[in-house]
Design a protein around this ligand. Structure first.
Ligand code: SAH
Length: 505
């Protein structure tokens, strides 16, 4: 008989995927089966093993949700088959998550289980709305209560008189559809109608929305804003602290959905810089870099590196593909012995550093033109140079170096091709709504357009940000209206230009 597996009852946190615990993430990464709830952040599922079975408890077969009994049976059944199961639940598993019921069933069935607490929305959603649930001198208790049993007078039902009179903070979960009744019950039981109240919808996510009012008007304000479940309702004077403590939903790009079209291998810096400003980033790589089809010319150039005074790299991709090929040929960084190295921008410098090479020359403005200018202003007149570029790379750098008197060899180090598998992501992203489209090179423009079936109408409904003038003119040549071109052509330049655009508008 197979050994019995373990069930991990894991709290996934309220929405921000970063709020899962280290221990919870570890269980998720190792499990054979993941049974997840609707409120568990979907992005976390990317951490499951490639061969893990993912089962949605909300919609297991078509549209019908599994009943709690079916979930319980599923957990026991899989563990008895010897599988390790991650039961991924929104917030904390034991705070209105029915995790307690699952634990009881597992205990009865003799199935080993581990409980990994999570950040409950009762605290997390409040924190991300800038509301500390307790605060010295303002609230010395917090009561978390369900709004779902409001009309029922069951034995375990809450004592609303006691709750209203704690003189502390009250957090109501599962009360979105009964906020008016709950508020007036609290008033009837002695809380002031002027007591501050807040409703936090989808707390900790990029679509978080918060409405602030008092017990007497919070329900109508929430209805006016059109907010529904999931809502954490917070009652008490701590709500007033939001004016000062607000930190998450007032960041410059909060609420903006930004499309990142650059190759996945290069996207992370742009993505994280945008996310730090609060943007909801959708990665939709329009291009990918692949090895050249015929390596002959590249191989010859790599074997003869020593014959060039200067070697110039136009992108991190170039660096990475050159070193891949170099390694395949049984060589390493020592092949550049004796050459001076030029790099077009900081990302390229970085990629070189990863290979143990410190660039000798980088421009002040990160373009091919800038690099040629830098040679000129530094008084450098290279006799011979080798330029590594993409198969569709521009001629600017080779031509510029030739004008300085160098004998220049150009070699394609990689190919830039359409990322066909992104078509679905692109179409769905625009259907769901995009505020800003970012283009970091001409090929991202051409290929996003191809992914959208040759039509730029959807792009033109958004704010369009291009990393530099060359990219922008490619965009314009396809009928794309460009709103943002940064002065500094770099990722950070692009991000701060987007930030300024929304600050000024
Ligand atoms: N175990 C969960 C609660 C599950 S009950 C936890 O600890 O958070 C479901 C209720 O939780 C929802 O009706 C809503 O009131 C609240 N909730 C869950 N996620 C939320 C979020 N991101 N923002 C606001 N409320 C949330």
């Amino acid at each position: 008989m197979a050994e019995i597996g373990t069930v991990y009852l894991v709290g996934a946190g309220p929405g921000d995927p970063g709020l899962i615990t280290v221990k919870g993430l570890d269980a998720l990464r190792r499990s054979d089966v993941v049974v997840y709830d609707r409120l568990a952040p979907a992005a976390l599922l990317d951490n499951a093993r490639d061969d893990a079975e993912l089962i949605s408890a909300a919609k297991a077969s078509g549209t019908v949700a599994l009943t709690q009994t079916e979930i319980n049976e599923l957990l026991v059944e899989r563990a008895l088959l010897g599988q390790n199961v991650c039961r991924l639940k929104g917030g904390d598993p034991f705070v209105f998550g029915r995790g307690g019921e699952e634990a009881v069933v597992l205990a009865d069935a003799g199935v080993p289980f581990v409980v990994v607490p999570g950040i409950t929305s009762a605290i997390g959603a409040a924190s991300y709305a800038g509301i500390p649930v307790t605060h010295r001198g303002v609230a010395s208790s917090v009561t978390v209560v369900t709004g779902s049993e409001f009309e029922k007078s069951s034995k375990s039902g809450a004592n609303w008189y006691a709750i209203a009179n704690t003189n502390g903070t009250i957090v109501i979960l599962m009360g979105a559809s009964r906020m008016g009744e709950i508020a007036s019950e609290l008033v009837t039981r002695g809380r002031s109608p002027n007591e501050p109240a807040a409703a936090v919808h989808r707390g900790t996510s990029p679509t978080q929305q918060t409405v602030v009012g008092t017990l007497s008007d919070i329900d109508s304000k929430v209805k006016l804003a059109g907010l529904g479940a999931p809502i954490a309702m917070i009652v008490g004077d701590v709500v007033n602290l939001r004016d000062t403590v607000r930190w998450f939903d007032n960041r410059p790009l909060f609420g903006k959905r930004v499309l990142v079209t650059r190759a996945r291998s290069q996207a992370s810096r742009l993505t994280s810089a945008l996310m730090e400003l609060g943007a909801d980033v959708v990665e939709c790589p329009a291009i990918k870099s692949v090895a050249v089809k015929h390596t002959g010319a590249l191989d010859v150039s790599l074997r003869e590196l020593g014959s060039h005074e200067w070697v110039a790299f136009a992108s991190p991709n170039g660096v990475n593909q050159v070193f891949k090929r170099l390694n395949a040929l049984g060589m390493d960084a020592r092949a550049f012995h004796g050459c001076s190295i030029a790099a077009v921008g900081p990302a390229t410098v970085n990629a070189l550093e990863q290979q143990g090479i410190v660039a000798d020359l980088t421009p002040d403005t990160y373009t091919a033109e800038g690099l040629v200018d830098k040679f000129r202003s530094a008084g450098l007149t290279p006799k011979s140079a080798l330029v590594f570029k993409s198969d569709i790379g521009r001629e600017t750098l080779p031509t510029g170096l030739r004008q300085l008197g160098a004998e220049v060899a150009e070699v394609a180090a990689y190919r830039t091709v359409l990322a066909e598998d992104s078509a679905y992501v692109a179409i769905r992203a625009f259907e769901e709504g995009i505020d800003v489209v970012t283009f970091t090179s001409s090929s991202t423009v051409k290929n996003l357009r191809r992914l959208l079936g040759g039509n730029v109408t959807a792009i033109n409904k958004c704010v369009v940000a291009c990393m530099g003038p060359v990219t922008a003119s490619t965009a314009q040549s396809f009928g794309v209206r460009v709103n943002i071109i940064p002065e500094e052509q770099s990722i950070l330049g692009l991000v701060s230009a987007i930030e300024n655009h929304f600050r000024d508008s």
